[in-house]
Ligand binder design. Structure first.
Ligand SMILES: Nc1ncnc2c1ncn2[C@@H]1O[C@H](COP(=O)(O)OP(=O)(O)OP(=O)(O)O)[C@@H](O)[C@H]1O
Ligand SMILES: [Mg+2]
Length: 485
């Protein structure tokens, strides 16, 4: 007897050609018209060698059926079948233990090769590609997908060389984790790792923090104090938020990069350091250089080697793995039983854009642990996904979209000249968005970072939109009531 195949589909008639092909290959084909029927079927022996499970079915959907079938028998070999190739769904299916994800129309050859690989015994617990994990003290870096694995490879390549490393990425993407990793993998791993947040201090304080001072350098400087560059000798100095470094200090930092020399405040002779410099920022340094806020010579020195961490929404395949990782971690911290993620909750999480990236995800998992109510967090998450879809709509605007009504002409005047409805609607949406941005910017007194926070979008996205709507010129900044551009 050949293999036993169970087809779970509300419209199996459409698969008649396939059933015929399988039977011709001596397979025994059974059909279940809904998820519950499939669940009942696997209560009986002999179990199917392969289950073809339709993604979209009325009642219990494909993913939920998949989850429940795998709960009943973790060894079942289940292949998801869908009309559309949806990467997010495919990722979820894989996380829930599906062996494959195929799109209709199915070809018999796809299945016979799957069947060849599927003697029942061997199918038990298809091992999911296990994510790599690197421990640095009590810090854990999960390499949950290709993007992180690629970043990790770059870390390994650069760690042993004493070149400056620049880490780029939105807030919460893991730049600090990566900085530790570079240090940990470097020959100076046993030496100090010293972090300085360049955005946290006003210019003079930051200078004394970085370079130290001599006794009597300023009022209150009773004793001499070494700076972070001295403390980091032989090790690594991590300059976080480098994009916010005041211009006066950028020149001094350039000196350190050029010949390792700097001068303590109030000192007459220069000191030296051999600390390896890692810097990080979530700002667009190219834009900062264009605005003369950041020195380009410094940029080229700092970015001897740069590593960019993509936002979580561009590596969604990592979401399920990271959710489980954070759940395990915080369940331990809070001494609570770790909570499961249902297919529905996972799906909402994979669809959500996570503007705050991994940090936002950490907070979400903590919230779930504390509330311990899956329905509640699911509802919250679904609401955020829906809100994101509305907010995302104007993103498809063409680059030359009109600036807001306030900056030019009466509302929609130009748009009305456009004949076609789609571009009219797009234009109107763009105007509405531009108007909201201008208002929020005014409310934030022109502080773009604050405006981005209020709008719940990344700083980079805000800069992009400002440029797109022509709001980044000094004139329009003034029009929006901004104090600072
Ligand atoms: N690969 C990872 N594996 C496990 N945890 C991670 C990973 N990346 C980031 N995290 C966790 O997510 C949080 C945010 O990471 P991190 O502080 O490194 O981000 P960041 O890019 O420096 O953000 P910001 O720009 O806001 O400072 C941290 O608590 C960190 O431990
Ligand atoms: Mg950071």
């Amino acid at each position: 007897m050949g293999s036993r195949v169970l087809i779970v589909d509300d419209e199996p008639e459409a698969l008649n050609y396939l059933i015929a092909g399988l039977e011709a290959s001596h397979c025994e084909v059974e059909v279940a018209r809904h998820g519950l029927a499939a669940l009942q079927r696997v209560q009986q022996d002999p179990l199917p060698d392969l289950i073809l499970l339709d993604m979209v079915m009325p009642g219990m959907g494909g993913l939920e059926t998949l989850e429940r079938l795998r709960q009943a028998h973790s060894g079942l070999k289940i292949v998801m079948v869908s009309n559309v190739n949806d990467t997010r769904k495919a990722v979820l299916a894989a996380q829930l233990g599906a062996a494959d994800y195929l799109t209709k129309p199915l070809r018999t050859v796809d299945l016979t090769s799957l069947l060849r690989l599927a003697p029942l015994a061997a199918a038990a617990e298809t091992p999911l590609a296990l994510p790599g994990v690197e421990r640095i003290g009590d810090r854990i870096c999960v390499l949950a997908g290709p993007a992180m694995q690629a970043a990790y490879q770059q870390v390994l390549q650069v760690a042993s060389l004493n070149v400056p490393v620049l880490l780029l990425g939105e807030s919460g993407t893991g730049k600090e984790v990566l900085a530790h990793l570079v240090h940990h993998r470097s020959p100076q791993a046993a030496r100090p790792f010293v972090k300085v947040n360049c955005a946290a201090l006003p210019s003079e304080l930051l200078e004394s923090e970085l370079f130290g001072y001599e006794a009597g350098a300023f009022t209150g400087a009773i004793k001499a104090k070494p700076g972070k560059f001295e403390l980091a000798r032989g090790g690594t100095i991590f300059l976080d938020e480098i994009g916010e470094m005041p211009a006066s200090l950028q020149a001094k930092l350039l000196h350190v990069l050029q010949d390792g020399s700097f001068t303590r405040l109030g000192a007459t002779r220069p000191s030296t350091t051999d600390a390896r410099i890692i810097s990080a920022t979530n700002l667009d340094l190219h834009a900062a250089m264009a605005d003369q806020r950041f020195r380009s010579d410094l940029f080229y020195r700092l970015s001897g080697f740069s590593i960019e961490l993509p936002p979580l929404r561009e590596r969604r395949e990592e979401i399920p793995v990271l959710l489980r990782h954070f759940m395990t971690r915080f369940a331990e911290t809070f001494v609570r039983p770790s909570l499961p993620f249902s297919a529905e909750l996972l799906q909402a999480c994979v669809e959500y854009d996570w503007p705050g990236n991994l940090r936002e995800m950490e907070n979400f998992v903590k919230r779930y642990l504390i509330l311990a109510d899956e329905n509640l967090v699911l509802e919250e998450m679904q609401r955020k996904v829906a809100a994101g879809k509305v907010a995302a709509a104007p993103r498809t605007l063409p680059l030359g979209a009109r600036p807001p009504a306030r900056a030019a002409g009466p509302p929609a005047a130009a748009a009305r000249e456009q004949r076609d409805l789609k571009s009219l609607v797009r234009g109107l949406k763009g105007e509405a968005e531009a108007e909201v941005i201008a208002e929020v910017l005014a409310q934030a007194h022109g502080v773009r970072k604050e405006a981005a926070r209020l709008l719940n979008i990344s700083y980079k996205a805000l800069l992009y939109k400002l440029r797109m709507y022509g709001l980044d010129t000094p004139a329009s900044a003034k029009a929006a009531g901004a104090g600072r551009g």
